[in-house]
Design a protein around this ligand. Structure first.
Ligand code: FAD
Ligand code: DHB
Length: 390
């Protein structure tokens, strides 16, 4: 089989890229190890920046997001017994939308299917060949057969555990990494929102985050041991922990509900530089990971796709290679800004085992500063909504 652009991974990066290319008359095939049901039901991100919403809208997949997503004009920081608001819209003129990643994926898959897009679920043994030539290919197994996809370009959108990144020779790549000694315990529960806006809480017992999914489904997280297991936590223990970390700041109780989903994720910062070699380009989590505190991962994947779509379009329409050549450099500017922001927010909000009383007071001083200085609050808000200068 032959196509113009072979895409590995049907996450937000791979599906959105495929659809934007289709709208520009460029053919692609998306190969995905999991099945449709799995990708449409895995619970992950929830916060979309304005730029992400704009690109989804431009791709023609924004209708349900606009109708069902919740526009948020600010969020709250809770610490030392107080809750203070960061006025995103007042400080930056921008807002964010809370709309679950798996809903974005449902919208993208539906759009690809409606456009007769080539989308292969359940592939295995994916491998990449010939990226140093102008005829690269992807080999994989699908429905019991060994297949080869010949293409002009291979785009690795296969997330942090994929095969693409390793296809760039290690000698040409520099990996930057930081592993955090904590994780997030996430729950979905039935019930009304506890607050009109997200609450990021710093507490001596550890970080907690109150988010939402819909008027009837809520999303909450609390800092935990990344090696812990969800089986060790009864619903009562989870609620006791969340109440202890969030309610204490102003006495308002978060609303308990029936928990129907629990998961634990580790936290890591990672950047692969370069993000390209020959005819192979990486996008999204395949090239970089952020800890979730700044809500940047999905948004960065979408930002890579914007840059790559323009570069591939310039190649096919104008026979230009300059935007492809500078892809990694262009994308990495935004990525490093988001890496710093996510690291900064994570470090300020989490309980750090072994931190001295002095270091703990520095966290509090920083929170005091970003919630009282307009300049500092604006810097935080610009980064959160995704318009910080890079
Ligand atoms: P993925 O979504 O990981 O997609 C990669 C796809 O490739 C997968 O479907 C995988 O099955 C497939 N694949 C892997 N290997 C192969 C192979 N060899 N062959 C074929 N297919 C393969 N981000 C935000 O912006 N905001 C948030 O609020 C936020 N919150 C988060 C909360 C949690 C708990 C977690 C875990 C993440 C959060 N993120 C958030 C991060 C966000 O979910 C990711 O950054 C995003 O999914 C990256 O998209 P992607 O398309 O690059 O990769
Ligand atoms: C959500 C996830 C995040 O990482 C974050 O910073 C805010 C919200 C969420 O899943 O709703």
């Amino acid at each position: 089989m032959r196509t113009q652009v072979g895409i590995i991974g049907a996450g937000p990066a791979g599906l959105l890229l495929s659809h934007l290319l289709h709208l520009r008359g460029i053919d692609s095939v998306v190969l995905e190890t999991r099945n449709r049901d799995q990708i449409e039901s895995t619970i992950r991100a929830g916060v979309l920046e304005q730029g992400t919403m704009d690109l989804l809208t431009e791709a023609g997949v924004g209708a349900r997001m606009k109708a069902e997503g919740a526009l948020h004009h600010g969020f709250e920081l809770a610490f030392e017994g107080k809750r203070r608001r960061i006025d995103l819209t007042g400080l930056t003129g921008h807002s964010i939308t809370v709309y679950a990643q798996h809903e974005v994926l449902k919208d993208l898959v539906a759009a690809r299917v409606a456009a007769n897009g080539a989308l292969r679920f359940g592939v295995s043994e994916t491998s990449i060949h010939g990226i140093d030539s102008d005829k690269p290919s992807i080999r994989y197994r699908h429905e019991g057969e060994t297949c080869e996809l010949q293409c002009d370009f291979v785009i690795g959108c296969d997330g942090s555990q994929g095969v693409s990144r390793a296809s760039i020779p290690q000698a040409l790549r520099k990996d930057y990494e930081r592993v955090y000694p904590f994780g997030w315990f996430g729950i979905l529960c039935e019930g009304p929102p506890s607050s009109d806006e997200l609450i990021y809480a710093r507490h001596e017992r550890g970080f907690a985050l109150v988010s939402t999914r819909s008027p009837n489904v809520q999303r909450m997280y609390f800092q935990c041991d990344p090696k812990d297991s969800v089986e060790n936590w009864s619903d009562d223990c989870i609620w006791a922990e969340l109440h202890a970390r969030v309610d204490s700041h102003d006495g308002q109780r978060i609303v308990d509900g029936k928990i129907f989903q629990k998961n634990i994720v580790g936290m890591r910062s990672f950047v692969s530089a370069t993000m390209q070699h020959g005819r192979l380009f990486l996008a999204g989590d395949a090239a970089h990971i952020v800890p979730p505190t700044g809500a940047k991962g999905l948004n960065l994947a979408v930002a890579d796709v914007r840059v790559l779509t323009q570069a591939l379009n310039a190649f096919y329409v104008e026979n230009r290679t300059d935007l492809l050549d500078s892809y990694s450099e262009t994308a990495l500017k935004r990525i490093w800004r988001a890496e710093h922001f996510s690291y900064w927010m994570t470090s300020m909000m989490h309980r750090i085992e072994g931190a001295s009383p002095f270091e703990q007071q520095l966290q509090v001083a920083e929170l005091e500063y970003v919630t009282t200085s307009r300049a500092a609050a604006t810097a935080m808000a610009e980064n959160y909504v995704g318009v910080a200068a890079v």
